[in-house]
Ligand binder design. Structure first.
Ligand code: GLN
Length: 381
């Protein structure tokens, strides 16, 4: 058998969740909440099912949901997407990224990815037959625009960005978007902007969306996630906003690899989305968890990296006793799961270079008692 992805094993998120389960560890690895969704949302979906929304949804998504989403984006970012021609509902953000890569790249095209990066990007690019050009974020996980400029060639078709950033928790400013725009303006390079953590920004910061940048929005495919925003990662539902010409190409692929997404879930979300409070409350909701978790970690020998957004916290374990500090990241994450009872994701999963930086990523989208239990265990480090 000739593998299409000879270097690829099982995604780290499945591996670490299985390991956490096996050892009864507190799972702060894979990013998902351990608390339930708003009962009003669940009721809205159940009502939609009882009302008979149980057959195929329209291929691009339920109209009411696309309209509600267009209204929300206009309200938050000032750009009016046409729900009919510019918004598509997808089976989660990972599918949206995959479909966009297939729709917009040809064999031989180059795709710029800023590293560290979410682990599905590279296989998506490989299966599209495109070539991934990795550009390192700097030591503080900030974009290095000179390095990005140097990576652009006549073959560059797409640049993939992610803010708030998984795994580092940094966010882009509007000035960052301006600088990216200055680089892309003279080219026909498209921007694939993964913004699934858009509502998790802290300390009064605001999310700078490509959708809200007049220059960039024209060339951008902006990806969002209902799963992340409404604590329903298991529903696998996301969305794509892009100018009509790009959306038309996106849908050519979407219609044949997914066709449409759960109709009742879309109906329920359309109703729920009318109330802005749930997403407007998210920064404060997650900031409180971030504070609690960081305060507890500060009492351990782990060194904290800043967290401006997302629900991830990166720590450096180089200050632990020498035999632990010497472990590579995967070995350390395994050891911590087994011996301490807390699971994290090795940062090496987000890089292709195999370099060891003595860093792991925790997810703090957890109940307070879960975070406290993890912190109590981590105090033994
Ligand atoms: N986005 C989540 C994370 O980074 C996991 C998604 C997945 O497991 N595919 O942890």
């Amino acid at each position: 058998l000739r593998s299409r992805l000879p270097q690829v094993g099982t995604t780290i998120f499945s591996v670490m969740s299985a390991l956490a389960q096996q050892h009864g560890a507190v799972n702060l690895g894979q990013g998902f909440p351990d608390f339930d969704a708003d009962p009003r949302l669940i009721d809205a979906v159940a009502r939609a099912m009882r009302a008979g929304h149980n057959q195929y949804a329209p291929m691009p998504g339920v109209a009411a949901l696309r309209e509600a989403l267009a209204g929300k984006i206009e309200q938050l970012h000032g750009r009016a997407y046409d729900p009919g021609r510019e918004i598509t509902i997808t089976a989660g953000a990972t599918q949206a990224v995959f479909t966009a890569l297939l729709a917009f790249t040809q064999p031989g095209d180059e795709v710029i990815v800023l590293e560290p990066a979410f682990d599905s990007y590279a296989p998506g690019i490989a299966l599209a037959g495109a070539h991934m050009v990795r550009v390192a974020l700097d030591a503080d996980f900030r974009p290095d625009f000179d390095a990005i400029a140097a990576a652009i060639t006549p073959r560059t078709r797409l640049i993939l960005t992610n803010t708030p950033h998984n795994p580092s928790g940094t966010i882009w400013s509007t000035q960052d978007l301006d600088r990216l725009h200055a680089l892309l303006a003279p080219t026909d390079i498209l921007l694939l902007s993964d913004e699934v953590y858009e509502h998790m920004v802290y300390d009064g910061r605001t999310h700078a969306s490509a959708a809200g940048h007049p220059g960039l929005a024209e060339r951008s495919v902006v990806i969002s996630s209902f799963g992340k925003t409404y604590h329903v990662t298991g529903w696998k539902i996301g969305s794509v906003a892009a100018p009509a010409e790009l959306t038309a190409e996106f849908r050519k692929v979407h219609q044949f690899n997914v066709f449409a997404v759960s109709s009742a879930v879309q109906q329920g979300l359309a109703e729920h989305l009318r109330d802005p409070a749930p997403y407007l409350d998210l920064p404060a909701f997650y900031q409180a968890k971030r504070e609690r978790f960081r305060a507890g970690l500060a009492a351990t020998p782990l060194r904290l990296r800043p967290c401006e957004g997302s629900y991830f916290q990166v720590v450096d374990y180089g200050g632990l006793r020498p035999e632990l500090a010497a472990l590579d990241e995967a070995a350390f994450a395994h050891w911590m799961t087994r011996e301490i009872g807390v699971t994290a994701i090795p940062m090496s999963a987000f890089y292709a270079d195999g370099r060891q930086r003595q860093q792991v990523r925790f997810c703090f989208a957890k109940r307070e008692d879960t975070l406290d239990r993890a912190l109590e265990r981590l105090s033994r480090l």
